[in-house]
Ligand binder design. Structure first.
Ligand code: HSE
Length: 439
């Protein structure tokens, strides 16, 4: 160690699963990190704010590390970097805003906070020249933020298509391969520590949507507002559709699509989709995430890794802490993300086009297929296949599932055509629609 070795103080707001992982990783690999910094600095966790300071913790953290008051962390003069790991968008906002106002660098894994309130926070970041680093906010241990921000800086990013919620990917896989019902699969994901404390955002698509917003902001420059993304979750995926997908050669995945079109519009959506079993994203299972990125110079790349869990997420938080420590120790301007454009238009979901899988619950009587097909034909919506399996135990039952695979058309046209189909007497409920992503 040299005489110039500085101590960079870190304060944690939150010491749950990820906070504990950060503590353990820095204790385990602190010397390695110092060596890799050319012996410029040593990282020291100074304070940690927790809800319950009396809670028994399975690690060697000394009791005086903990405080019940986040202000003790943010205002501590030995804390240079504030790490926000409590989640949510209220107290977390206060913590991050207070740190930025003091000119302290922030590291956060909180995608909801940045996607919902990023406009205010990035303004503060700019005003106080204090960086916000957020590698852990997207895809757990995969360094996709650094890749888009730094490694692909010489590219126009044409698209990023990915599976960026580990919990829903885990649930869909367990429903597909183990035949579990949705609630059982969700419970397993919670027990394994993949789901957020409140898993609502995992399963309703918003956790992935928040991440997609952050990726799109990095790639295209503006802070994108939550109401600009089209979002559907996995709560309504049924074993019936999983079985149809399987039979037709697909897996169902919660897919986020971020794509810049030649006219400059950005397609931005998160929804459960059919992916051909032969496509590499189809074999991304369990808690793993994957993002297929296409740059105009780089061509295609695939990022794959653990999208949730204690150590992978801690790995990304620690990487950000080290980045921030370099800035703190050298006095160089920070290299955290700042929005660099407000000139973006998000494509209306009605203009986006894919092929589709549509399942109708119909009363089985002569002519029903022809009636539906006629409406589709009148509107110029092409059919590439139909399926209506007979139940061998009950071949004459009255109500059946009728599946249509439809050629590519825009979503607006599909919606208006389906309204006419739903008006038929023989169609008993709203159809189930999935996009087929040929990628
Ligand atoms: N709950 C998230 C997921 C992990 O399942 O992907 C952190 O984003």
């Amino acid at each position: 160690m040299t005489e110039q070795l500085k101590t960079i103080g870190v304060g944690l707001a939150g010491f749950g699963t990820v906070g504990t992982g950060v503590w353990e990783t820095i204790n385990k690999n602190g010397d390695l990190i110092t060596n890799r910094s050319s012996n410029q600095f040593k990282i020291n966790i100074v304070k940690a704010a927790v809800k319950d300071i009396n809670k028994k913790r399975i690690n060697d953290a000394p009791p005086n590390l903990f405080t019940p008051d986040w202000q003790d962390v943010v205002n501590n003069q030995d804390v240079h970097i504030v790490v926000e790991l409590i989640g949510g968008t209220t107290t977390a906002f206060d913590i991050v805003a207070a740190a930025l106002k003091l000119g302290k660098t922030v590291v956060t894994g909180n995608k909801a906070l940045l996607a919902e309130r990023g406009t205010e926070l990035f303004q503060l970041s700019k005003l106080h020249n204090a960086a916000i680093h957020f590698e852990a906010a997207v895809a757990g241990g995969i360094p996709i933020i650094k890749a888009v921000h730094d490694s692909y800086v010489g590219n126009n990013i044409e698209s990023m298509t990915g599976i960026i919620n580990g919990t829903s990917n885990y649930i869909l896989e367990r429903m597909t391969t183990a035949g579990l019902a949705y609630p059982e699969a969700l419970q397993e994901a919670q027990q394994l520590g993949y789901a957020e404390a409140d898993p609502t955002l995992d399963v309703n698509g918003w956790d992935a949507a928040h991440k997609a917003i952050l990726l799109a902001s990095l790639a295209y420059g503006p802070i994108i507002q939550p109401d600009e993304i089209y979002v559907r979750g996995i709560e309504r995926v049924t074993s019936t559709d999983i079985a149809f997908a399987n039979k037709l050669g697909y897996n169902i995945k919660l897919l986020s699509v971020i794509r810049k079109h030649p006219d400059g519009q950005i397609e931005l959506r998160t929804q459960p989709s059919f992916i051909p079993k032969s496509h590499i994203l189809s074999s991304v299972n369990g808690v793993f995430n994957a993002i297929a990125l296409k740059g105009d110079a780089s061509g295609d790349a695939l990022f794959y890794g653990r999208g949730a869990g204690k150590e992978p997420t801690a790995s990304s938080v620690v990487a950000d802490i080290v980045d921030a420590a370099h800035t703190c120790s050298s006095g160089a301007p920070h290299r955290g993300f700042l929005p660099y454009s407000d000139n973006t238009s998000i494509m209306s979901i009605d203009e986006t086009s894919t092929p589709y899988y549509v399942r109708f619950d119909v009363t089985d009587r002569p002519g029903v297929i022809a009636e539906i097909a006629q409406i589709l034909a009148n509107d110029g919506v092409g059919i590439s296949g139909t399926h209506s399996p007979v139940d061998p135990e009950n071949p004459d039952k009255d109500f059946v599932d009728m599946v249509f695979q439809l050629h590519t058309c825009n979503f607006g046209k599909l919606r208006s055509t389906l309204k006419k189909v739903i008006a038929l007497d023989s169609v008993n409920s709203e159809p189930v629609v999935f996009r087929i992503e040929n990628l």
